[in-house]
Design a protein around this ligand. Structure first.
Ligand SMILES: O=C(O)CCC(=O)C(=O)O
Length: 393
């Protein structure tokens, strides 16, 4: 596997019956990881792990295959530093000093985390913590060790999902799309199969103006994915500029999107405000992928809905055209458009191909993409996004 998790190597295991801390550690430090040395780790290694199969304690459906089995698989059978979780005894009186928590981005891999300060040489014993404490600790560890976990991801990705068939039969009609709140005020269905909805006045004039003002402080060249996981680069296909809006600076907007689209905050990709000046465009593209993918902090998932909203009235140019449907939408301040790039089984609907036409008058637009699962790669946590302005919209 070629990976050594130095950041998770705080246990001396020379006496297997009494593992000890090899350094002084603080509450919240990762001591080691649960081993992935055997095929289907986490299911065979330890009886306790069955607990992780509980959907509430282990809410990571994307790491299950179609039979609902966990599906991270390793064929490596050597034990290495940093993977010693199966050597930690349980303290029967529950006075232990560490707990097992699933790592949010790569569960069912677990971190063994200190629940209090531990001195070098002290015995390491597991204590029981509540489900809520487990999930809270899991989130804290995920953010704090985002980079360590991130470097580990490609190694796990190699092993994960082996054996899940993804043979797409293109001829099969696509069905089973995400459903949105079709009673949202003023909503109109402007196309069926593929379904496209518009919602006039979704954002107020004031919200549109404030989003533009916020974004204007940090516009950058828009990028395009190059096919490999999360590699993006400038491309003549897309010539707009854009700014990422941290959700914490636009809670009302986020709330409107999640109410309309019927989803959790965590399913909404980083909000982007795009600006097209004269001559700029986004050539024909789809928002989905040709199967499940890992991108923008989402793991083995896909975009099941897109909601974009025009932020200004545009007199000429810049229409959004659904290229395979002969449908043109004229930008109108506050008008939201929703469509469904992928089914819930993560097949792409190529009929949702669209383009942002060449701008004549300037155009501003807010885009949001809704993923099937929660974000899992904490390197992309919005807490790491720089703040733009003090205006909270
Ligand atoms: O600019 C538009 O009209 C559409 C924007 C778009 O397609 C996108 O950002 O994916």
């Amino acid at each position: 596997m070629g990976y050594s998790s130095e950041w998770a190597n705080r246990i001396d295991i020379r006496n297997e019956n009494d593992p000890i801390a090899s350094y002084d550690v603080k509450a919240g430090d990762v001591l080691t990881l649960y081993p992935i040395d055997r095929v289907e780790f986490g299911v065979h290694e330890c009886g306790r792990c069955v607990d992780l199969l509980h959907p509430e304690r282990f809410p990571y459906p994307h790491l299950r295959n179609e039979k609902q089995e966990l599906c991270i698989i390793s064929e490596n059978d050597s034990i290495r530093h940093g993977w010693l979780g199966n050597k930690i005894p349980m303290d029967r009186e529950n006075k232990g000093n560490c707990a097992f928590v699933p790592l949010p981005s790569i569960a069912p891999l677990c971190a063994i985390v200190a629940t209090r300060d531990i001195a070098q040489g002290e015995s390491i014993k597991e204590c029981k913590i509540s489900r809520k404490e487990t999930l809270d600790l899991s989130m804290t560890v995920g953010k704090r060790y985002a980079h360590g976990i991130g470097y580990l991801l490609p190694y796990l990705n190699e092993m994960a999902y082996m054996g899940i068939p993804y043979s797409r039969e293109k001829q099969v009609p696509l069905s089973n799309f995400h459903t949105i709140n079709t009673s949202y005020p003023q909503i109109q269905k402007i196309h069926s199969n593929p379904d496209i909805y518009t919602i006039p006045n979704f954002l107020s004039d004031e919200e549109c103006d404030r989003l533009i003002a916020k974004a204007s402080t940090s516009m950058k060249q828009s990028l395009i994915k190059t096919g490999k996981i999360d590699l993006t680069q400038p491309n003549s296909q897309r010539t707009s500029t854009e700014a990422s809006i941290p959700k914490r600076e636009a809670p009302t907007i986020l709330n409107k999107i999640t109410n309309l689209v019927n989803c959790d905050d965590d399913q909404v990709e980083i909000l982007q405000v795009l600006n097209y000046k004269q001559g700029q465009e986004f050539k024909a593209h789809t928002d989905g992928f040709d199967s499940a993918t890992s991108s923008s902090g989402y793991l083995h998932s896909g975009r099941i809905a897109t909601a974009f909203c025009y932020l200004n009235d545009v007199e000429t140019g810049g229409e959004t055209t659904c290229t395979k449907l002969g449908l043109k939408i004229k930008p109108e301040k506050g008008l939201c458009v929703v469509h469904f790039p992928m089914t819930l089984d993560l097949w792409e609907d190529e009929l949702t191909e669209h383009q942002g036409g060449v701008a004549i008058d300037e155009k501003w637009i807010l885009t949001s993409f809704i993923w099937k699962h929660w974000k899992g790669d904490f390197r992309y946590d919005e807490d790491f996004l720089p703040s733009l302005t003090d205006d909270i919209i």
